[in-house]
Design a protein around this ligand. Sequence first.
Ligand SMILES: *[C@@H]1O[C@H](CO)[C@@H](O)[C@H](O)[C@H]1NC(C)=O
Ligand SMILES: *[C@@H]1O[C@H](CO)[C@@H](O)[C@H](O)[C@H]1NC(C)=O
Length: 314
Amino acid sequence: MCKQTQLLNIPPGGGRLNLQLLRPPRQTEKVVVVMGATGTGKSKLSIDLATRFSGEIVNSDKIQVYEGLDIVTNKITEAEQRGVPHHLLGTINPNSNFMAANFTKSASNAIKSISSRKKLPIIVGGSNSYIEALIESENYECCFLWMDISIPVLDSFVSDRVDRMVMAGMVEEVRNIFDFTSDYSRGIKTAIGVPEFDRYFRMEAFLGEESRANLLREVIDEIKSNTRKLARRQLEKIDRLRNVKEWNLHRLDATDVFRKQGREADAAWERLVAGPSFGIVSRFLWNVGPERYRNVTAIRRAAAMEMAMAAVGH
Ligand SMILES: *[C@@H]1O[C@H](CO)[C@@H](O)[C@H](O)[C@H]1NC(C)=O
Ligand SMILES: *[C@@H]1O[C@H](CO)[C@@H](O)[C@H](O)[C@H]1NC(C)=O
């Protein structure tokens, strides 16, 4: 109130500069951004972070924003969400065209709302162009985590994932939205797995059992190949953000997690991904380094954090 009165009484001319000085510094919201190619474990990490730091997820996958095709688009299931609120996940009309500008507007509103409730906004998804548009148009303080996996390991993982999608009912799911006049240029029909099946649904009624099975196999291989190509494009964009835009991405190499199974994989996840990223995010949020801790428990914890961070090149 007081400041406002003062501002109103500043005479014209000399007023402009004073006005700037009196204005409180612009509030920047802290956001964590989880990046990485498809299949690298971004969703899992985001849930770990959200449960640890009281966060909410803002989806930044341009296909998962649309409602429907949960198998094809590989949306995180409700069980996997573990009660963490998600924004912009399956909420957009699948026949509309949601673009980077639409994303920026919706995501920034979500972030505002999450921050106002004293929760941590965690942006998660593979669409780097969306992330870039959002980060460059808003004034955030960002902590970027980059889930990285060696390409051969990722290739084999995404191939297996497509097989699992088929077993989970992908063919029926896509058939449900198929029509003979399909437009694959907009909305959810641009998803990998939808245009590829077009040929199959047009022809299946005219084919014998063997030709049909062969065609299905071809289509599935095409989906695998297109997913591998997507992963490479995503990595190129991440390289550009690091090298040209000079974004400071904290790289988490999860390759070993994918090479192991069961309890060993869980332990590798803790050691290579969860542990180091908890350390990175703690520092980002509270600026806590080892020197800030005062008691023995905290010093031990900080040392473990340091070792984990050294392991990922920090
Ligand atoms: C995207 O933004 C444009 C321009 O503001 C708007 O006209 C359009 O309805 C939006 N699309 C969706 C799907 O929200
Ligand atoms: C030690 O420090 C940690 C981290 O700051 C804190 O969570 C914990 O409560 C402290 N323990 C004691 C006994 O003060």
